[in-house]
Each structure stands twice: as C-alpha cells, then as structure tokens.
Design a protein. Structure first.
Length: 255
C-alpha cells in the first residue's frame, strides 16, 4: 500500500531533471502521473519510463505553462484520461542569467512568465477540481537563489515571488482541504546546472566539485533529494503544513 495509491499527480517540466525525479518517486508510491512539458514527445517518453505500480497510469502532455489556453487544455486532458487530479507540482523552469545592465526585457519577461505566470495558471486551473472535491496538494519550486544571486535578478525575483504566492495559496485554499507548500532547492545536478557550467565555460564535473566543496554537507544535491521532500509535503502526513518553503540545499545558505 503506497502513500499515493489512487492519486493523480500533475508535474510540470517533468520530462527531465527534478520534475522527473519527483514523478518517479510519486509513481513508486502508487500515483498515476501526468508529465506536462513543452515537448509532447519528450513528455510521453518520460511517462513511459516511470516505475508505475499496478493499476496506475502515466501520460505525457505537451503544454507551455505560460499559455492559459494550453494550461486549460492540459488539465482537461488529465482529468478525462486519468480520472481526476489530486496533486499539482509547479516545477517547470528556465534561466536567462545576466548581470542587470545586460539583462534584456525579454530575459525578464520569459523567466517571470514560466515561473510565476505558469504557476498561477496551472494552480488556477487545478484548484477548481481541488475545491470541488475538498482535497488537493500543491507544491511549488522556489530556489536558494530567491535569497539573491549575482546574474539572476529575474530568476531570484521570480523564485521569491513563488514563496509569496505559496503563502497566499495556503491562506486562501486551506479552508477547502488544500495544502500549498514550496521547496527551495540548492545546487541540484540536472541539465539546468550543467547549462550553467557551460555558460561559465567550466567542465560539468569540475563545476559540481566546486559546489560540493562549498556546501556544508560536502556534496551536490540530486533530483532524488528533492523528490523525497516532495513526497512528504504532498502526502497526507503533511496535512498540518501549509504556506511553507522548505530549503533542501545541504545547508548552503546557513553560513
Ligand atoms: P531542467 O532540467 O532544465 O528541467 C526543466 C523542465 O521544464 C524542462 O523539461 C523544460 O523543457 C521544462 N519547461 C521549461 N519551460 C517550460 C514551459 N514554459 N512549459 C512547460 N515546461 C517547461 O531544470 P531542473 O534543474 O530540473 O529544475 C526544475 C525546477 O527546479 C525549476 O523550477 C528550477 O528553477 C528549480 N530549481 C532547480 C535547481 C537546480 O539546481 N537544478 C535549483 C533550484 C531550483 P525544455 O527542456 O524543453 O525547455
């Protein structure tokens, strides 16, 4: 008997990286999964790789989370093909790093649109179902960069915005049996941080090693670290926790 038996989880940006890690963990614990990502072929391929338990299903849905019509259609497909929705993880993300004086208006808008407008649109579409059934779990991906990070004025603002959004969801949706929390990861080894290494013209392994050495627990994080926290926060064991942001970063910002 898994903690997610009979539950349907929608995870955005889960064709790879942290999202795929969360999808894998919830699938292992019994959930049916909708992998929502920009590219439907990649989303379907990821869905096909999930370790489903008996009776659970997985589908891949192509959608841009910053497009209202695409989001409505995606949630509609999930409900009709998987029979409902119980968990929403707003994980889709991008970076467009640059120092402020070089950051373009479109770098700003793109990052805001995916992280903040995307989380808003997905949550608005899902909450109708959550309120109706008086049950729902929302998890938003923030970041340690929300506390400030050189070259990430857009991303940092969006990720701190996610925390305010999460607190407000906690207040508004709590009376309807809905919990909303956020995870703020530190350095997690994914395509996103590999791309940062490339941008800094550094070898990926060297970049990870430097980050590991600077971290109190002397290692980088992996999608499984975020997935373990996500599986707890979206479970019924965490039903008295809402509006919170949990830093899963090896203590990176403590010192
Ligand atoms: P990732 O490997 O780059 O994966 C992000 C996924 O989101 C990709 O599959 C991407 O698709 C998809 N995506 C991008 N824009 C989208 C959109 N508009 N609609 C739907 N899907 C979209 O990133 P990650 O490292 O797993 O990060 C996942 C989340 O954790 C992000 O919110 C990120 O900001 C946050 N985070 C990551 C770290 C870290 O160290 N990795 C740290 C803190 C927070 P494409 O590949 O097709 O673009």
């Amino acid at each position: 008997m898994g903690r997610y038996d009979g539950r349907v989880a929608v995870i955005t940006g889960s064709a790879q990286g942290i999202g795929f890690g969360i999808a894998t963990r919830l699938a292992e614990e019994g959930a049916s999964i909708a992998v929502v990502d920009l590219d439907e072929t990649a989303a379907a391929a990821a869905a096909a790789r999930l370790p489903l338990v008996d009776g659970a299903k997985a589908i891949g849905v192509g959608a841009d989370v910053s497009d209202g019509a695409a989001v409505e259609a995606a949630i509609g497909r999930v409900v009709s093909e998987l029979g409902g929705i119980h968990v929403l993880v707003n994980n889709a993300g991008i970076t467009r790093d640059n120092l402020l004086f070089k950051m373009s208006e479109s770098d700003w808008d793109l990052v805001m649109n995916v992280h903040l407008k995307g989380a808003f649109l997905m949550t608005k579409a899902a909450q109708k179902h959550f309120v109706e059934q008086k049950y729902g779990k929302i998890l938003n991906l923030s970041s340690v960069s929300s506390l400030g990070n050189r070259g990430q004025a857009n991303y940092s603002a969006a990720k701190m915005g996610v925390q305010g959004f999460t607190r407000t969801l906690g207040i508004e949706l709590g009376p309807f049996g809905i919990n909303a929390n956020a995870i703020a990861p530190g350095f997690i080894a994914t395509e996103m941080t590999d791309a940062t290494a490339a941008r800094l013209k550094m070898d990926v392994e060297e970049f990870r090693k430097l980050n590991a050495e600077a971290n109190p627990v002397r290692r980088v994080g992996f999608p499984e670290d975020i997935a373990a926290a996500a599986a707890f926060l979206c479970s019924d064991e965490a039903s008295y926790i809402t509006g919170q942001t949990l830093y899963v970063d090896g203590g990176a910002k403590l010192g």
